[in-house]
Design a protein around this ligand. Sequence first.
Ligand code: H79
Length: 425
Amino acid sequence: QQGMEEMWDQSSSAKQHSNIRWFREAKFGLFIHWGLYSRLAGTWDGKNYYGSGEWIMNQAKIPVSRYRKVAESFNPVNFNADEWAQLAKDAGIKYMVITAKHHEGFSMFDSKVTDFDIVDATPYKKDPMKALAAATRKRGIQFGFYYSQFQDWYEPNGGRNTWDFDESKKDYQQYYRQKAIPQLKELLTNYGPLGIVWFDTPGGMTREQTQAFIDELRVLQPQSLFSSRVGQGLGDYKDFGDSEVPPVPIEGAWESIYTHNDSWGYIAHDMNFKSSHEIIRLLSNVASKGGNLMLNVGPDGKGNIPYYSIKYLKETGAWLQKNGESIYASTAGWIPAQPWGVTTAKPGRLFLHIWEQPGNGQLLVPGFANRVTRVYALTDKKVLSYNQNGSDLVVNTTALRSEHTPDKVVVVEYSGTTPAYNATA
Ligand code: H79
């Protein structure tokens, strides 16, 4: 594995993983939280919990002995890998990351490391990840696993179960050696080439140990990207905090992650789904800063993706069908957010994502010094008139008015080199 250090050491931000390009161009990912918590659906002993469904074991302080029994009634007979992958495809999704193991400690894949896994502990007895890896690959969608590498509330030496186990007696290194690393090796061996390994909430390791942890896994799949939540400033791309978009464009590869409703894991009483309008604006907003949006859905314990997630994802896909040119493989817009919306860019073109059209139709693009050669609506190529006064560009958008989309895209073609980001525009 000569030359691997150059390939992946993001600690000096100038270096990039050699396989980062697909990720940078992808722009839209689907995150899936699915585990035993999905079967509990936010309710334990008759009490409803809010927030994050995947935290119910922690919130209700459910003892391992009782939590284990949840597996006996986890039987996702409606799970259909092709339907999930096709939904992702129809939504315009380019990569999918699913929870192989969340903090609850339950493995949603066939693991020889433990019997607390979907094949050994549930009546379902099959490995849904095998089918999903195949179904996504068939459709050209990059496939990846979320793996909670430190927290494991099922294991005496795993992170953060304080209600069953004594923190002071924990040996985290033993947990890493006996479960996390062997399971990650299973995931990196048994499911074909992975696009991403998505770590979360690191703990108990120094920078050197984190580096060694990465080194040991990297050998198995040098092409796979590791998320920055592996910890200690390492990883191949940057993940911001949950539901966070940076205020200004950010260099390098990065991702914002959002839930579709208010929870990652399925909660039956959480109906606060973002509409397709909100998703589309979130997507263009994140793209306008140069990043990817990975949007999460939480399938239920039977394997059904919630009705509103299907509906709004498909609507988002329909918009992307017509407007994807302004999103995929775009870079951050060099004009900052305006009262009417945001911008994304490609060489020689600036895309105006018009969320709110000015009442008189006259759209001001400040700080536009390059000579404009053509302005047109992206979907129907209808040419729009414009005026350039010094560095102000004013586009007459009245011809756009009949369209009712959450984000009407206008393309501005110009000559000259791509301007630098103009924070004051
Ligand atoms: O997988 C999702 C979260 O479960 C995980 N990261 C995303 C991708 C995550 N792990 N830790 N945290 C997020 C931060 C912890 C937040 C908490 Fe709470 C606040 C834990 C307890 C209070 C949220 C609200 C969860 C339960 C109530």
